[in-house]
Write a protein that binds this ligand. Structure first.
Ligand code: DON
Length: 538
């Protein structure tokens, strides 16, 4: 179905509907993106959030690009080996399930900033937050998917006083589809934000609740960390591929750089006749992915702290050199791959896409890191805290939750942002925004965005087929190709093994890409069949 005017595609029907309604009422895509973000904090609790962070890439109808980083930062008293024991070993789960796992949240500041700086000016803060407040106060009916997702984590929620109040039913029975999830404490926090703006969260009672719970439970986030948090506009990462201009997110995300680096490497090969899902195609993509991810581990981090050689990494010259040792008839073992030489240079997540009737386009990915973040709720304030500190390299070479490794560049430092894979991306054709892309999935985000884009740009699929097509992923370490269950035939897998690849078919589905294609006939939303997804427009 094509929508002629405006469209929101997100993980939650309530969130997509609220964003679309705001655009009907005269708001633009930025107003709708902020509104959708606040509703996701209520109705998509595993990843929508007030206690996390995110990244936005947007392009206005006249072509201006806006790239906002509202990633969490490490508290001021954090330090490089804070997740290691006296012997220098990683303490199990400390960076994932403790008060120390949380970075200083950025979402509230980011969503309010994109509304204040780029909104239509017609939507008041109260109106912006009204749908989220109503859904938190009155409750919303759980989908089967969310009910199951909460039930699966019952034991984890039960040990946290704030989380058990929200997610563990008083009558002890599991959640069922259609049960109302009511969140009065979260409604109160949202009302404070509606009344006082960023100060409703980063100062006053909510900030005090965060800081005192942190200090009582071994966390490091202080009132000063909260009061001084700022989102930042960042230069976008740009590249081009077969008639499309790609605009994506730069540091502290690795996403944009990896995406352009991989497309540039791919472009050094004759691609005509290569079909998705065939051994030759999966092999080639795997080879470029493992080289790019080796660069991620060595070179990428928050560019305010570490000189990321962006210009080199996204240059065609570099891609040519980097791809020159790819063999089309055999795998290169990851152990034989090191990060490329770069000369010194100056210095469960959710994605949604919004387009308004003027042609403004917003691609926004936001996250608590793992599903439901650290599992710890700020008691009385009603929201989950992130476990984003795990995205730092907590020990050189130690894999994070997604199995990716890093070194010194991405070590913990006070007030630094942890390296991300989030890849909100726009593709522009003939001067007009054509595609809005993005996905959750940790380290698989970038390869998901890559495959969806190639399915459209190279293989001529429509956006829905491009999103639905089976995916594979590799990331240098471990030296394997992850494939979705039942995605490829036994013959294909045998051929890949014959080329020297190890296949890992254990992981479940890869990504959940809520994308939009803007075409002459209207706006086409692609709901990823892998997860709950909802397109609402008019
Ligand atoms: O920023 C990142 O790269 C991760 N924290 C994203 C986490 C994620 O995608 C979880 N979703 N499945």
């Amino acid at each position: 179905m094509a929508f002629p005017h405006a469209l929101v595609v997100s993980a939650s029907p309530h969130a997509s509907e609220a964003g679309a309604q705001l655009m009907r009422a005269g708001g633009n895509a930025f107003d709708a993106a902020a509104c959708t973000g606040f509703v996701l904090a209520v109705t998509w609790p595993e990843a929508g959030n007030l206690g996390g962070g995110g990244l936005m890439v947007a392009r206005k109808s006249a072509g201006e690009v806006v790239t906002l980083d509202f990633r969490e930062i490490a508290p001021a008293t954090s330090y490089a080996d804070m997740f290691l024991d006296a012997k220098g070993e990683v303490v199990l789960d400390l960076s994932l399930r403790s008060a120390l796992a949380s970075g200083v949240p950025g979402s509230v500041e980011g969503l309010l900033r994109l509304w204040a700086d780029h909104g239509s000016g017609k939507i008041s803060r109260r109106k912006l937050l009204a749908p989220a407040i109503r859904l938190a106060q009155d409750g919303f009916p759980l989908s089967a998917e969310i009910a199951e997702s909460i039930n699966k984590r019952r034991d984890r929620f039960a040990v946290d006083p704030g989380a058990s109040k929200i997610f563990v039913r008083a009558d002890g029975r599991p959640w069922r589809e259609g049960d109302l999830l009511v969140q009065p404490d979260l409604a109160r926090t949202l009302r404070r934000i509606a009344a006082k703006g960023r100060d409703g969260f980063y100062r006053g009672p909510v900030a005090h609740a965060i800081a005192s719970q942190q200090s009582n439970t071994g966390g490091l986030i202080t009132l000063d960390d909260l009061a001084t948090y700022e989102s930042k506009y960042r230069p976008p990462i740009r590249g081009d591929f077969r008639g499309y201009e790609i605009i994506s997110m730069g540091p502290p995300s690795s996403g944009g750089i990896l995406l352009i680096e991989m497309l540039n490497m791919l472009d050094t090969f004759p691609l005509e006749g290569l079909c998705p899902g065939t051994p030759a195609y999966i092999h080639l993509l795997t080879e470029i992915q493992r080289r790019a991810y080796a660069d991620r581990a060595e070179h990428m981090a928050d560019s305010d702290f570490h000189p990321v050689p962006v210009d080199t990494l996204i240059s065609r010259d570099y891609a040519r050199r980097r791809a020159s040792d790819i063999h089309l008839d055999r795998a290169t073992p990851s152990a034989k791959i090191r990060a490329g030489e770069t000369p010194p240079e100056p210095q469960h997540t959710t994605h949604y896409s919004v387009v308004d009737s003027e042609g403004n386009a917003v691609a926004l990915t936001t996250t608590l890191n793992a599903s439901f973040g650290s599992g710890i709720v700020i008691d009385g304030a009603g929201f989950l805290m992130n476990n984003q500190m795990d995205d730092f390299s907590i020990k050189p070479g130690a894999p994070n939750l997604y199995g990716v490794t890093g070194g010194k560049a991405n070590a913990i430092e006070p007030r630094k942002r942890m390296l991300s894979s989030m890849t909100p991306t726009l593709a522009v054709r003939d001067g007009r925004t054509a595609l809005l892309l993005g996905s959750p999935g940790g380290s698989t985000i970038v390869t998901t965005v890559l495959q969806v884009f190639l399915n459209v740009a190279l293989h001529g699929m429509n956006i829905q087929d491009a999103v639905a097509a089976p995916r594979h992923h590799s990331q240098w370490t471990p030296d394997e190709i992850f494939i979705e269950p039942d995605a490829f035939s036994e013959e294909t897998l045998a051929d890949l093994r014959g080329l020297g690849h190890a296949i890992n078919d254990k992981p479940s589905k890869i990504g959940a890409a809520n994308c939009i294609a803007i075409e002459a006939q209207g706006l086409h939303g692609a709901s990823d069949p892998r997860r709950q997804s909802s397109a609402k427009g008019f």
